[in-house]
Design a protein around this ligand. Sequence first.
Ligand code: SF4
Length: 963
Amino acid sequence: MLRKKTNGVARRPQGASILRDAAHKSVDRRTFLKGSGVAAGGLAAITATGGSVTRAEAQTSDNAVQLVKSVCTHCSVGCTVIAEVSNGVWVGQEPGWDSPFNLGSHCAKGAAVREHAHGERRLKYPMKKEGGEWKRISWDEAINEIGDKMLEIRAESGPDSVYWLGSAKHNNEQAYLFRKFAAYWGTNNVDHQARICHSTTVAGVANTWGYGAMTNSYNDIHKSKAIFIIGGNPAEAHPVSLLHVLRAKEQNNAPLIVCDPRFTRTAAHADEYVRFRPGTDVALIWGILWHIFENGWEDKEFIRTRVWGMDQIREEVAKWSPDEVERVTGTPESQLKRVARTLANNRPGTVIWCMGGTQHTNGNNNTRAYCILQLALGNMGTSGGGTNIFRGHDNVQGATDLGVLSHTLPGYYGLSAGAWGHWARVWDEDPDWLKSQFATVTGADGKEKNLMNLTGIPVSRWIDGVLEDPANTDQPNKVRAMVLWGHAPNSQTRMTEMKTAMEQLDTLVVIDPYPTVSAVLHDRTDGVYLLPACTQFETRGSVTASNRSLQWRDKVVEPLFESLPDHVIMAKFANKFGWADRLFRNIEMEDDETPNIEDITREFNRGLWTIGYTGQSPERIKAHMANQHTFDRTTLQAVGGPNDGEYYGMPWPCWGTPEMKHPGTPNLYDMSKPVAEGGLCFRARFGVERDGDNLLADGVSNPGAEIQDGYPEFTMQMLMDLGWDGDLTDEERSAIEAVAGPKTNWKTDLSGGIQRVAIKHGCAPFGNAKARAVVWTFPDPVPLHREPLYTNRRDLVADYPTYEDRKFYRLPTLYASIQKQDFSKDYPIILTSGRLVEYEGGGDETRSNPWLAELQQDMFVEINPRDANNLGVRDGAQVWVEGPEGGKVRVMAMVTERVGEGVAFMPFHFGGHYQGEDLRSKYPKGADPYVLGESTNTAQTYGYDSVTQMQETKATLCKISAA
Ligand code: SF4
């Protein structure tokens, strides 16, 4: 049993590096494990550094401690970890001092990653459940049994009946390979965590100005004059990012405005805390914009030259008078006017958001509203401004970029015939063979459609792929086998239905360093496999931080126990399925089943022209890691040294080939610099004309551009028309000719010649357009406030109804049919959720880490004192929290004014208890996390974003009663 800390005494004296002990003794792995008492928790002397920041020095003797550079595997800040390795044993760790991201800091999670790798609660060998018991099996047995079953399902029900759920914990190479692997299997039923954390960001932001990512960087916040955070709690979710936020606050006297229904630890740092009702982000932003427009504080010249559709926004905002905003959000006029004035007077300011904004049925409206606020203020494309969207997991940005998604191939190419053609060329694959791997369906028009061109089922809805009648879906048969690869099921809503879905599957396969809640949620007695994957410290590869910079992790230790790296497990399955030779055609195998990581990087370098993942060769990324100290800690630009002028990690787009040496793009859409030096403009992605208006930029372009105005995206034909095609080399010209001749564009030219020549003439390959404030392809072209499906404000439903029910992403999706029912009398309290500093994601890794588990041992619900007193609930008491769909959790009450009256909050990192039952006995022996608890998502309900199928976890209803 763990015990809480009782005092603040550091376990390891400051300044006493463990190297001092370790380096002077011979410590082999066996002796180390014995001496450190792994099972008895004696690792304290080694591990509980608490983020100690003593500099380590390399030793030179045979038993020297080697320093291996890696990157924290928890959040997207990308903090460097210096691992201290002796005789193959990871004996200590320090934060990277030279990293411009973390500057020698770690949060508790980063300071404890050694124990993540060395964790005694890891899965140690493949297992299967047989007759209700976990049984150890070999890798060969596992691959053969699972592979045979999958091939049988494929033959009977088609490839879409196997769902390949990937991971935000893959490195870039593994993420890319995973998406390619699913394509070779013949399905788009492939997705990952990004669907349920920032898919509404990616869709909203990409459709506003071109790319769906953080525009600036954590470091660039140093230059912000104001910081506006909405629906984000970086003090807990991205702790080291606060270094950068607080620097702006202190150096620039930048006001920090935090908008959140809950008074978070981030709000505790705020100059202005704005409490608002969950699910009313659009109304709140329009309430601020109302004052900006009313007072003429918008940046008129910026809007004239670089924004389309602001007039339509103005019309909608005019409806949001201060009274109406207060009626809907609960926030008073005086405060929002002050916020508007603060933002207007302190430019450039940055806007930061996280899952408080994204996880809603109208999440795409929220993200676009935030963008529009920045466009109105003229805060885009400038250092200190931008939308700094903090991604969650360490490589959720990379896994998204590399296409572990059901609606696109790597690099956001989509699923059209042209997209498949592009990737088939990159893979040197026969497009007809690829096509033959997929099933077909008969469309409503009676025509046969190949499922390779239709979006797959998103991870948020995989349970409906199992439970829904196939007659109502756009795929031939149900999902019968589910592979959960590095994914926490308890991060998803509707867990009572998930339990049923897991029980109905033929086969459930979990591939993870830890068993996860997938091992225990269901009551299956057979047909469950647990395959031990390595952590990222047991392999090597690249990882993309939230700011789009790529970093390289070297391997710290060899795979522990019988675990294997993800790409090796993929190779095993590809061998079993008979197409490994095709999959690895251009990738060297280090042995039968170990694809060379650098070759995979080079392969995606050859294909990801859309977002500029083409310039970051493994050699360049490694050089940046080796020379971290040469990069400026604010601009991220190298000052002298071997990477002089380049930006740290070559934030994408890093245009052209590696040989072109583009420096990366530190701040997207920044027109103050030439494109060749990291400047950019808004992307011409939505055509050149709309309603008779020109969508291209009006009279502005990057310095040195030979077209001093807006222009469309580049094609070979355009180069010819401009007379610039003479700059192409013969090789480039013939590569372009081989694709589509004059129709070849900057995204499909495998030589990079079109990009190179466009940039040579000072232009952005993707054109130079206006951002669009109105996305005419979305259900709500102008972002609208819509009441949540489960709302207790019945008075607002008529004015702000949700959508009509409709079908997309293969599945019927409910909106109005839920909202029209009034649950508010029985379920009067709004339920929301979020993160804690000690844990990450579904929490299996961090709750299995003794140093983190010690810090937070109880799942809880925050209840406002007035609600608690009315319910007769006291602080620390056990309560039931029940959702309107019947799921309920038994948790500890934390009575606190952090939440407002009528609002309850639960963290989402817990699992292993289910509706009052402790499931500890269901874990394989020795692999149960130290801390178990109820999952908030057992009580969380139906609700999906109208564009991306993002789940709603931030505004549902519940009732609370004493347990
Ligand atoms: Fe840095 Fe995030 Fe890791 Fe903490 S969890 S050390 S902030 S990367």
